[in-house]
Design a protein around this ligand. Structure first.
Ligand code: SF4
Length: 326
């Protein structure tokens, strides 16, 4: 570790002032402290925001749900309103990390977490995300766990968050507070694909603070769930995952929200799969046909071609589970 200063914000104003002076926000610290130990990140000032009043889960006027940025992952997963209305969120959270980490890590920190690409975390390896212009060791290295969608010739790292996949499927928005006031960003535009600037990962401005994520109201009844496929059954990141929410009324699918994880440089929404489902009656054949579109546009690397078929099967399985034909 290296020397750094630490300050605890007692108000949002205090936090924003410190953030504008270059301070780095920290809450649960479950990602940032690891990265600092490995000297992948070297912030000079940490601003502890854990005392700020951002720890509520509440219904919105329009019938959606707002989850404060400092709600712990375990709290959100267990919250009655989340479990009842959006099981896909509870399941994504419960399948993440370990119980200890879920008790510390926050919702805001979860969506800000950085990639698990091993080259990114190895300061001796070339990595455009860590050091722009240095190259990408994963492109011609061992890339079994890397992305097949949304990649560029600069970076092929996956986004690691399960929660983010559920939020992408449900078309959530991110609430931000900065020196110019509040603003909201659709989740689809919050996490950025690498393109030619893989070091820029979120559409967040200097000094801005995430205050909440909001899930919009969806037509009821809404069935939803999350499936995660990984090399071992716990404390592991996804090889592939699928977040599915279906609105079925009168035996017909009226609404479908589907996103995939473990395969994209950002959580990967699957509009072609969604379109294939709308207006149809649930059946095993429908799930299989829709899932054929899950890997549209995929560009596998040397070691991760298996993800194309695995992704289709993951999506098919989860459509079938949520859609009720299994
Ligand atoms: Fe770095 Fe991205 Fe390449 Fe990994 S895939 S080494 S994070 S540039």
């Amino acid at each position: 570790m290296y020397p750094f200063s630490f300050t605890k914000a007692t108000s949002t104003r205090e936090a924003l002032d410190a953030g504008l002076r270059g301070g780095r926000y920290i809450a649960g610290g479950t990602t940032l402290v690891d990265l600092m130990r490995e000297t992948v990140e070297r912030p000079e000032t940490l601003v502890d925001i854990s005392a700020l009043p951002l720890r509520q889960v509440s219904a919105t006027k329009s019938g959606g749900l707002r989850i404060g940025a400092l709600v712990r992952m375990a709290e959100a997963a267990a919250h009655r309103a989340v479990r009842t209305a959006y099981p896909v969120i509870s399941q994504a959270l419960e399948l993440s990390a370990s119980a200890q980490l879920r008790n510390m890590a926050t919702i805001g920190g979860n969506i800000m977490q950085r990639t698990r690409c091993t080259y990114f975390r190895d300061v001796t390896a070339a990595c455009n995300k860590r050091e722009p212009g240095s190259g990408c060791a994963a492109l011609h290295g061992y890339n079994r766990g890397h992305a097949i969608l949304g990649t560029s010739d600069q970076c092929v790292a996956t986004h690691p968050s399960d929660l983010a996949v559920a939020l992408a499927a449900l078309e959530a928005t991110v609430h931000l507070l900065g020196p110019d006031g509040e603003r909201t960003v659709p989740f689809a535009g919050f996490l950025l694909q690498p393109g030619s600037t893989p070091n820029r990962e979120q559409a967040i401005r200097p000094g801005e603070l995430i205050t909440a994520v909001e899930i919009p109201a969806h037509p009821r009844p809404l069935r939803s769930g999350y499936l995660k496929v990984r090399d071992r059954q716990s404390y592991e990141f996804a090889l592939t995952s699928a977040a599915v929410a279906l609105h079925i009324r009168g035996g017909v699918i009226r609404g479908a929200k589907v996103a995939a994880g473990g395969v994209g440089t950002v959580p990967w929404k699957l509009p072609a799969v969604e379109r294939h489902l709308i207006g149809e009656r649930p059946s095993d054949r429908l799930w299989a046909e829709a899932a054929e579109h899950a890997a549209d546009g995929a560009r596998p690397l040397r070691h991760n071609g298996f993800k194309v078929e695995l992704l289709k099967r993951t999506v098919e399985r989860q459509l079938s589970t949520v859609g009720g034909t299994k």
